[in-house]
Design a protein around this ligand. Structure first.
Ligand SMILES: Cc1cc2nc3c(=O)[nH]c(=O)nc-3n(C[C@H](O)[C@H](O)[C@H](O)COP(=O)(O)O)c2cc1C
Length: 158
């Protein structure tokens, strides 16, 4: 299949993830194009069987450039998509208590907002993955390549 991967990486972590996902898909014989959204016109996307969008988090939302990009894309309704985000590793509070999944989901709206924008256009979700960075500008958590493999496995086995 033909896969277009569009990411909005600022510090390079998401770009690294996008490149690895592309590499793994190519290894399986797929035709892949990986691009930063600043190099892509959202209103004139090339045809693809699957679009993958990757965004860093900004105050609980996708970074502004990705929000605008997703507002303007218009693949045919029913086209398949997948998303990934790079987000800060959850940290314990001052009392050493880790936030629950539910608490994290209350303020980390990155993936839900990406889904809302894409599903409003009739696109069909195939998979999603969160990649954690251990500090504001990275690096990625050690398990990121394993997660990339898991993500690609979900993409090609739907
Ligand atoms: C101003 C600012 C706000 C941020 N807000 C969030 C946030 O709300 N949630 C989160 O998980 N990460 C947040 N981050 C960290 C980003 O997740 C991190 O910079 C990004 O994932 C790194 O990916 P990149 O190297 O591809 O840019 C923030 C970073 C900056 C600089």
């Amino acid at each position: 299949m033909r896969v277009e991967i569009y990411h909005a990486s600022k510090y390079g972590n998401g770009a690294e993830v996008a490149g690895e996902i592309g590499r793994l898909l190519e290894m399986r014989g797929h035709e892949v194009d990986v691009k930063h959204i600043k190099d892509v016109s959202p209103r004139a996307l090339p045809q693809a069987d699957l679009y993958i969008f990757g965004s860093p988090g900004r105050i609980g939302k996708p970074i502004g450039g990705m929000r605008r990009f997703l507002k303007n894309v218009s693949p045919p309704s029913g086209t398949r998509y997948a998303i990934f985000s790079t987000e800060g590793t959850p940290r314990p509070d001052r009392k050493g208590r880790m936030p629950t999944e539910e608490e994290i989901a209350r303020w980390q709206r990155i993936q839900p907002m990406m889904d809302d924008a894409l599903q409003a256009k009739g696109l069909e979700k195939v998979a999603a993955m969160k990649f954690h960075v251990t500090d504001l500008k990275g690096p990625l958590e050690a398990d990121w390549q394993k997660k990339a493999e898991e993500f690609v496995g979900a993409l090609v086995n739907w």
